[in-house]
Design a protein around this ligand. Sequence first.
Ligand code: NDP
Length: 503
Amino acid sequence: MAKEKKVYTTGFGAPIDNDQNSKTAGNPGPILLQDTHLLEKIGHFDRERIPERVVHAKGAGAYGTFEVTADATRYTKAKFLSQIGRKTDVFVRFSTVGGEKGSADAERDPRGFAIKFYTEEGNYDMTGNNTPVFFIRDPLKFPDFIHTQKRHPGTNLKDANMFWDFLSLTPESIHQVTILFSDRGTPRTYRHMNGYSSHTFKWYNEQGEYFWVKYHFKTEQGIRNLTRDEATEMKGVDPDHATRDLHDAIERGEYPSWRLEMQIMTPEEADKYRFDPFDITKVWFHNDVKPFTIGRLVLNRNPKNYFAEVEQAAFSPANFIPGIAASPDKLLQGRLFSYHDTHLHRLGSNYHLLPVNRPKNTTVNYYQRDSNMMYGENSGDGPNYFPNSFGGPEPEEGTGEPPFEVSGKADRQPYTHPNDDFFQAGEMYRRVMTEKDREHLVSNITTHLRDAIKRIQLRQAAIFFKADPDYGTRVARDLKLDVKEVKRLAKMTQEDRAKATAK
Ligand code: NDP
């Protein structure tokens, strides 16, 4: 059957008679200012780009469902987790972190793994990564860290000196650096990687008891990575390979899935834990806190329009629902502010009304009004102040987080838990990696670190040495550094090492 003809219109719905020839005075021209179709078309084109995300600019997304497979009501009263078999609509966006919007999917970089759960109690966002830890643990360092992953202010080139100077002066980064330079730093596709909350969050139940939790979304496709050479080739052959893979797999009906495993600690267990449970540069060892499966995530529908649904998707770790709350993890506390703030800048103050962002399974009732791009009903003629006696929405007691104790001095305080920054990276190197993994790790590192100046190479090699002497020695040898000098630097305090390698 022939499709009904659609008339091409202006943005205001008026029919367009001709879209091939501008309206001119005579032939060939000049063009008349009264060609309002041309003016509207070019004017809109000039404004097509919105600011790209400062981080996580290159991404791909898909819709799906999350299904509960085990009872979690002992730990949380979140309704979407309240019953085995219960399904919740989700939208997931995967991304690289440092590259621009047109950069290659195969870059060595952590991958974003952000999930929006459209629950009946409002949207809940889990803005995770494919790594269980992060480079830094205080948000004050975040802008500096990201600057070092981007382009040099003078040359506009990626710069190995910036990259390694910062990391070697920030030894808490060693755990994440070790994961990043393993082959997991170049996942084969978005389907073949895990997603982690990385942060610790709080869950609380109907009785007001609370627990500290970590989320692990484990890929059911199996972990698969690109080697460095494969990633280098892929960047040239198909810079969009992971975006394409996700889209094509879903179109073929091969729906990617992940098992949600939780690690959960009581507050008493957390108090006694050998590592700081809120330090995002650390994991909770599986043997200490056994993960258990509570659900399954499946992606089964591609977006229809990339810009509307993926580019305009906006996630925030501050989007909590009853039963889930923040922990004192300082990096999380910084992100609670930063995500919403950056969306206000990137998309405008009504970004939550965009179809991909607005709650689908509950209604929004509030007293916020107006601002730019208010394209909904703006709450009609209802009261725009609270309290009121005209039937406006009212707070619901008991939906908030139970009160919790805080104490201590207000000050700029470092993490003081008695553990070091090197042990877990060392455990990864010694206990988790195979010899082949270690070979790849060392050569992935030295291929990159080779481009930094020698004093920075020495300082960073000492950090690897502190994680594990064999690790540091192999990096040093590969870079033809003096191993004795690296060992000497590794024995120094961080302050002395920084001084010794300042020039
Ligand atoms: P286990 O020894 O019980 O398991 C090792 C973990 O490491 C598995 O989860 C595995 O993921 C993951 N892994 C394997 N290779 C890599 C890699 N190249 N990059 C990142 N993760 C990798 O873990 P433990 O709890 O005893 O911790 C030991 C070390 O394992 C930690 O210091 C940490 O570096 C790493 N790790 C720990 C995690 C945790 O939450 N405890 C999570 C991820 C890593 P998979 O099973 O999916 O293959």
